[in-house]
Design a protein. Structure first.
Length: 158
């Protein structure tokens, strides 16, 4: 168990060092940098998946809710059905959201009501709107800009 804790500490340290090495978001006119944290832990998701902005909305990778990847249980879980053109379902005791990726990421709640938000796909990875999904499941969403390291998107549970 000690080896696992040391490995986790090493990975967290590397993630923080990488975040510090990222140049300022606005310093060279590049695309803004968004970092992701679940509760108090920076997320290092597969494929370097980080939050992104599309049309003024911040989207987070669905894997943000995978406690095995993030080490944080936000109380929201997911399932992906590749048949039927990829359907992403996020669920918790409080409700369920279903995103149909081959229908422009259309979203419905567990009662079949169409939601006013949708998911997007980037590099084959479904992304969901951070604020809307957080609000639906009773999570807290924070948008924390820094002067020189980008913006931290933080999702927390009570």
């Amino acid at each position: 168990m000690k080896g696992k804790n040391r490995l986790s500490a090493l990975l967290c340290t590397l993630a923080i060092l990488c975040a510090l090495a990222v140049p300022a978001a606005g310093s060279s006119g590049n695309t803004p940098v968004y970092l992701l944290a679940a509760n108090d832990k920076f997320c290092d998701l597969p494929g370097g998946a980080l939050p992104l902005a599309v049309g003024g909305t911040i989207y987070i990778p669905y894997s943000t809710f995978d406690r095995n990847l993030t080490g944080v249980d936000l109380g929201v879980y997911y399932g992906i059905t590749p048949e039927r053109g990829t359907v992403l379902t996020l669920y918790a005791l409080s409700g369920m959201l279903t995103f149909t990726m081959n229908d422009n990421g259309r979203c419905e709640d567990n009662l079949g009501n169409a939601m006013s938000f949708h998911a997007v796909t980037r590099n084959g990875i479904p992304y969901v709107p951070a604020a809307a999904v957080s609000n639906f499941f009773g999570l807290q969403y924070s948008f924390l800009p820094t002067t020189d390291r980008g913006t931290c998107i933080r999702i927390t549970n009570p």
